[in-house]
Ligand binder design. Sequence first.
Ligand SMILES: *Cc1c(COP(=O)(O)O)cnc(C)c1O
Ligand code: SF4
Length: 351
Amino acid sequence: MAIVASRPNSVGSGLTSTGAAPGGQPPAPAWQQIVKRAVRDPAELLRRLDLPPPPRNPDGAHRQFHTFVPEPYLSRIRPGDARDPLLLQVLPQAPELDDEAGFLADPVGDLASLRRPGLIHKYHGRALLLASGACAVHCRYCFRRHFPYQSAAAAERELEGTFGELATDLGIREVILSGGDPLMMTDQRFRRLVARLATLEQLTRLRIHTRLPIVIPQRVTGKLVESLSGLRLKVVVVLHANHPREIDGDVMAATARLAGSGALLLNQSVLLRGVNDDEQTLIELSERLIAAGVLPYYLHQLDRVRGAAHFEVPVKRGKTLMAALRRALPGYAVPRYVREDAGAPAKTVLA
Ligand SMILES: *Cc1c(COP(=O)(O)O)cnc(C)c1O
Ligand code: SF4
């Protein structure tokens, strides 16, 4: 998805550290150990789920964008179901390598909007900071699967320059932390970044786009909640869940902790074929989000990224689904159906 979603990772970027603590230090928090132990081999993923090898060899897809599935997410996938909507989001498949006309490496023109390393300024008043190149899961539909993180994400030594640039642009009122996934940063680094941003006087809001509280709810640590509590900036956290089964009891507990910081909680989803392109699933997703204290914000039309064509749902079908949601749900539980168009001044509202 666009800024949003969160992005692919290759574990390890300037701001991310999941390495073992050196001697004498307290052990790494549970969430970092979960990241370390994530399943990275498609054959192992299938074995764990009692599934046979697929008819077409997926190794090429895996090489292009590595398999990465942490345990808490894996545990929500139904064994023996090759069409499980959570599995389809993370399992590399041979069709990813099929070339489809109109599907590009950088479909939303992010590289053209890079203002300096790690800083994308596309929309009025909001600047996006690529705070980490890493993610806690690799989503096969992700529009950033080809993104050159090593060069585009902000390395820590470059951040001061970015803060300097932000300080001179009084039009920017909101900084959006994205990535990768900004919550892949350690608690200490995250706290430092957020505290530094709060010193920029013209900022009124801090937004965090993250899939981590969904994928590894243990990431919502007391320290994280503390660094968001009592900030001068209004904090908005945009989660990224695509299917109601992604929101289990642990995730509900994590959103409750996050809400305790005073942050406004929103969710964005991507409309994905075989995952959530039916009325009942989308209705249940909204119901589940509201139960978790999270407002559905955006339902994204898929960005036309090379490798994701098999996930595309026609816009006409998306509009029909939106009409069904409007009939079935209270207005506050209906997301806006949007598409990111390269060069446009805002997301395009489709319904
Ligand atoms: C989507 C996006 C935003 C935020 O857009 P909202 O409509 O405010 O959610 C900001 N910057 C970039 C580069 C984006 O893609
Ligand atoms: S969490 Fe998934 S969708 Fe979000 S950036 Fe990472 S790979 Fe992309």
